[in-house]
Ligand binder design. Structure first.
Ligand code: NAD
Ligand code: SAH
Length: 414
C-alpha cells in the first residue's frame, strides 16, 4: 500500500508528467526500442530519486519495460505530492511525502525496500546505506543498481575500497551525457531558477560567490555571469582554481569572499564550506544557498545555535539575526536550492540522465551474473546512444569518419 499525502491531487500531477513527457525524446526512443522485449520483466525495482514529473516518467518507462516499480523520494523537500498521487493513479507504488520528517523519510525508504527489491536506482546513496546497515538482510536479493550523483559515487567507492560493497553498482553520474549536461547545464540553470523564484531579487551587478568549481560550480558560475553578476569562485583544488581564473572569474579564499558577496552558493559535496566565522564577516542581508548534495555545506547547525533570532522571511527563506546585529537569509534550509525551491533540472536534461539510468538498469538486469561487487562505469555505447538520439531529436547531423580517417587515427605512423 502506497504512502502519499493526498490521492486527490493526481490530475494536476498527471498534467505535469505529460508536460514533461513531451520534452523527453530519449526516454521515448528507449520505450519504442524495448517495449516488446520487456527486458525488465518481473524485476522489482526501487527508485529513490527526487520525486517530481521527470522522475515519474522514468518510473513509468521502467514499468512499461516490465518492471514492478516502487518509488520513494531522495530529499524530503523535493517530493511533489501531486506527482506522487499521479504515479499511484498510474499503478506505481509510492512511499513519499513532501516535508516528511527525517524519521518519516527513512521509514518511506524502508517501506520501498520491503518489496523484495532486486534492482535499485539511488540518488546520493540512501537506499545503498540502508542495504548496508539496518536492512542488510534485504541485500542478498539485490542484483545491482545505479547511482545518480557525484556524492553517491564517492560513498560507493568508499564501500568498495573497504571491501564492503554488497552488489554491483553503475556510476551513472560519471557518464558524459550525465555530468557534462546534468551537473553543468542542469545545475547551472535550475540553481538560478530556485534562487530567483524564491527571492525575486535582481542578479545583475551583484557579487555572487560560488564555492566549488566542479561540474556543478562551473554551470552556476557561467549562468551567474550571463545574468550580469560579478562572480567570485572559491576552491580547494589548485587546478580547478586556476581553471576558474582562466575562465575569467575572481578566485579567493572564502574568508575574503565572505566580506564581498551578496549571494553565496555552495556546490562542493563537502561539509562546512561556509562556516559561522564566515557568516559573521558577511554584509547585512546576504543570501545563502546550497546546490551540493547535502545540507551540511553551509553550517546551518551552528547558525541555528548562535543566531539570536530565526524567522520565516519569505516562503522558503529563513532569516537569521546574528549577534553582530546583521541578518542573513538561507534558502530552503540549506538543502539543494534547485530542488527544494524549484523543480530541479530542466526536463530535457533529465531526459538524458534518466535515459542512462534506464539503459544501465537494463544492463544490470541482463549482466548481473557476470558483474562483481564493484562500482562500474556506464558502458560507452550507452553514452553514445543517448547523445545520438538527443542529436537526432534536435535535427542535428554530424560527420562520420571515413575508412581512411579511422585507419589514420588508429595508426602510430606519421
Ligand atoms: P565535482 O567533484 O565535479 O566538484 C566539486 C568541487 O568542489 C571540486 O572541484 C572540489 O575541489 C571542490 N571543493 C571540495 N571541497 C571544497 C571546499 N571546502 N571549498 C571549496 N571547494 C571545494 O562535483 P559536482 O559534480 O560538481 O557535484 C558537486 C555536488 O553537487 C555533489 O555533492 C553532487 O552530488 C551535487 N550535485 C547536485 C546537483 C543538483 O541538482 N543540485 C546535481 C549534480 C550534482
Ligand atoms: N539525496 C540527495 C540527492 C542528491 S541531488 C539529497 O539530499 O537531496 C543531486 C541529483 O539530483 C543530481 O545528480 C541530479 O541528476 C538530480 N536531479 C536534479 N534535478 C532533478 C530533477 N528535476 N528530477 C530528478 N532528479 C534531479
Amino acid at each position: 500500500m502506497s504512502i502519499i499525502k493526498d490521492y486527490s491531487l493526481w490530475e494536476e500531477g498527471l498534467r505535469k508528467i505529460l508536460w514533461a513527457k513531451r520534452f523527453m525524446p530519449v526516454l521515448d526512443q528507449i520505450r519504442k526500442d524495448y517495449i516488446d522485449k520487456k527486458p525488465l520483466s518481473g524485476v522489482n525495482v526501487a527508485i529513490s530519486v527526487h520525486l517530481e514529473a521527470k522522475t515519474a516518467n522514468l518510473a513509468l518507462l521502467l514499468k512499461d519495460l516490465g518492471a514492478n516499480v516502487y518509488v520513494t523520494g531522495s530529499n524530503p523537500l523535493s517530493t511533489q505530492d501531486d506527482v506522487a498521487a499521479a504515479l499511484v493513479h498510474e499503478g506505481v507504488e509510492v512511499f513519499a511525502k513532501r516535508g516528511a520528517t527525517e524519521e518519516e523519510y527513512f521509514y518511506h525508504l524502508e517501506k520501498t525496500l520491503e518489496n523484495d527489491i532486486e534492482l535499485i536506482i539511488d540518488d546520493g546513496g540512501d537506499l545503498t546505506y540502508l542495504l548496508h546497515t539496518e536492512l542488510e538482510n534485504l541485500s542478498d536479493r539485490i542484483m545491482g543498481g545505479c547511482e545518480e550523483t557525484t556524492t553517491g559515487i564517492i560513498r560507493l567507492k568508499a564501500l568498495e575500497k573497504e571491501g564492503k560493497l554488497k552488489f554491483p553498482m553503475i556510476a551513472v553520474n560519471d557518464a558524459y551525457c550525465k555530468h557534462l549536461f546534468d551537473n553543468r547545464y542542469g545545475t547551472g540553470q535550475s540553481t538560478w531558477d530556485g534562487i530567483m523564484r524564491t527571492t525575486n531579487i535582481t542578479v545583475a551587478g551583484k557579487h555572487v560567490v560560488v564555492a566549488g568549481y566542479g561540474f556543478c560550480g562551473k554551470g552556476i558560475a557561467k549562468r551567474a555571469q550571463g545574468l550580469g553578476a560579478r562572480v567570485i569562485v572559491t576552491e580547494v583544488d589548485p587546478v580547478k582554481a586556476l581553471e576558474a581564473y582562466m575562465d575569467g572569474f575572481d578566485v579567493m579564499k572564502m574568508e575574503d569572499a565572505a566580506k564581498i558577496g551578496d549571494i553565496f552558493i555552495t556546490a562542493t559535496g563537502c561539509r562546512d564550506v561556509i562556516r559561522y566565522e564566515h557568516i559573521l564577516q558577511m554584509k547585512d542581508g546576504v543570501i545563502l544557498a546550497n546546490s551540493g548534495h547535502f545540507n551540511v555545506e553551509i553550517d546551518i547547525a551552528t547558525l541555528e545555535e548562535k543566531a539570536l533570532k530565526k524567522y520565516e522571511a519569505r516562503k522558503n527563506i529563513q532569516g537569521y539575526v546574528l549577534e553582530n546585529g546583521r541578518e542573513v537569509f538561507v534558502i530552503a534550509e540549506g538543502r539543494l536550492v534547485n530542488l527544494a525551491a524549484a523543480d530541479g533540472h530542466p526536463i530535457e536534461i533529465m531526459d538524458m540522465s534518466f535515459a542512462i539510468q534506464a539503459l544501465s538498469s537494463i544492463y544490470v538486469a541482463q549482466n548481473h551474473e557476470k558483474l562483481e561487487r564493484k562500482v562500474y562505469n556506464v558502458p560507452g555505447e550507452i553514452d553514445r546512444f543517448v547523445a545520438g538520439v538527443k542529436l537526432k531529436s534536435l535535427g542535428i547531423e554530424i560527420d562520420r569518419l571515413t575508412f581512411d580517417q579511422e585507419k589514420y587515427l588508429e595508426s602510430w605512423e606519421v
